[in-house]
Design a protein around this ligand. Structure first.
Ligand code: NAI
Ligand code: MG
Length: 350
């Protein structure tokens, strides 16, 4: 019997609706499979915890989480209780940074039964691998003078180590998929870091001769995501470019409520963290209509990461079976509740 220890952080708002829903699915999968068990431990660290304790998690929070194999997170943030920058930096960003989760992975695909806003959507199925630790989001730079003389400088950081590991991750992922990697660049306008990015891409690609490659400037690539997303398999991008592309990816799927994500630690020193793209959705919280698919697809990403790819594929098939049957929450044009979608998925798994 393989046991996996998972730390669960439902967080705020609909996190407390979609995370328990996803755990029901997880335990069903384990029951059906037989050879695997998930030991889930839930931690109540969220904005209510902050109101009581003056912090988002206990001082030894990170050392508690460190020993788990993976972290499964809902959403953090409730601006009616705690300012967003306090809740975000007090928990989510702390985990991503301290646990060296240097890659952010976000798939997007046309889901059966869910309408894409694209007018003639083709059958796209892509994954963006976003460098998650450096690039444009650096803390190096500064501001000087005020008024008409004011100057702001923000430095981009691209290290060979950081770029290579993101690219290698993308190539290895492509080898498990359709063997194609696209690089998001802008070496025509950004004359130091992006030519460096291109050079590293050319070097890394020689390590994976079986994988086809292409390279586009980010502006054109953003347009292609809308015009012909079906041509892409894996896309590797810097922190900023990846951030923008993944929002387009979520948008063309039809709802932020279905989009999954993973923050991956590559050196094995700390756990990776799996969380949907959406936030705590205070506007629909408590009504039982939150779409659980983003959280459940996130679960599939966690299963893949734990080496349980077969369970992951079975789960994705069950999700699409249910959307194809029209059992859908209101954000994707249906009338079903969170619980009805979950029951549909569980019924299909059984
Ligand atoms: P949001 O993603 O929570 O909501 C945006 C819109 O999408 C809302 O209309 C919401 O009802 C809808 N929506 C989101 N998830 C849905 C789902 N599963 N099913 C159906 N509809 C869904 O973003 P918003 O409103 O900007 O942020 C709310 C709070 O969440 C803030 O405190 C924000 O900081 C936090 N947040 C946290 C994130 C995280 O934990 N990673 C990510 C994004 C926002
Ligand atoms: Mg974003």
């Amino acid at each position: 019997m393989m046991k996996h220890s998972i730390a669960v952080l439902p967080g705020d708002g609909i996190g407390n609706e979609v995370v328990p829903a996803a755990l029901e699915v997880l335990h069903t999968l384990a029951d059906l499979h037989g050879g695997v068990k998930f030991e889930t431990t839930s931690f109540p660290w969220n904005c209510d915890y902050y109101l009581e304790h003056g912090k988002m998690m206990p001082d030894d929070g990170l050392s508690i989480l460190k020993d788990f194999e993976a972290i499964f997170l809902g959403a953090i943030g409730d601006p009616s209780k705690v300012p967003d920058h306090v809740s975000l930096w007090g928990l989510l960003i702390k985990i991503r940074r301290e646990f060296e989760q240097v890659i952010n992975v976000r798939p997007a695909k046309l889901m059966q039964g869910i309408q894409s806003p694209l007018t003639s959507p083709k059958d796209f199925d892509l994954i963006v691998v976003r460098e998650n630790s450096e690039g444009e989001y650096s803390e190096i730079g500064g501001r000087i003078f005020r008024g008409d003389d004011e100057i702001a400088i923000q430095n981009n950081i691209f290290s060979r180590r950081g770029v290579e590991r993101a690219m290698r991750y993308a190539f290895q992922l492509a080898q498990k998929r359709r063997n194609h990697v696209t690089s998001a660049t802008k070496s025509n306008g950004i004359v130091y870091t992006m030519p460096f990015w291109d050079e590293v891409f050319q070097q890394v690609k020689t390590e994976y001769p079986d994988v086809q490659t292409s390279s586009y400037h980010i502006d054109a690539l953003a347009a292609f995501f809308v015009q012909r997303p079906q041509v892409f398999d894996v896309i590797v991008a810097s922190n900023l470019f990846g951030d923008i592309l993944t929002d387009i990816g979520a948008a063309i799927m039809g709802s932020i409520g279905v989009a999954p994500a993973a923050n991956i630690n590559l050196n094995g020193k700390y756990p990776s963290m799996f969380e949907p793209v959406h936030g705590s959705a205070p506007d629909i919280c408590g009504r039982g209509i939150a779409n659980p698919i983003g959280q459940i697809w996130t679960l599939k990403m966690m299963l893949d990461h734990l080496g349980l790819d077969e369970l992951g594929s079975v789960l994705l098939d069950a999700i699409e079976g249910v959307t194809n049957d029209g059992i859908k929450t209101p954000d994707v044009g249906g009338k079903a509740s969170t619980q009805e979608v979950v029951e549909g998925i569980i019924a299909r798994l059984r």
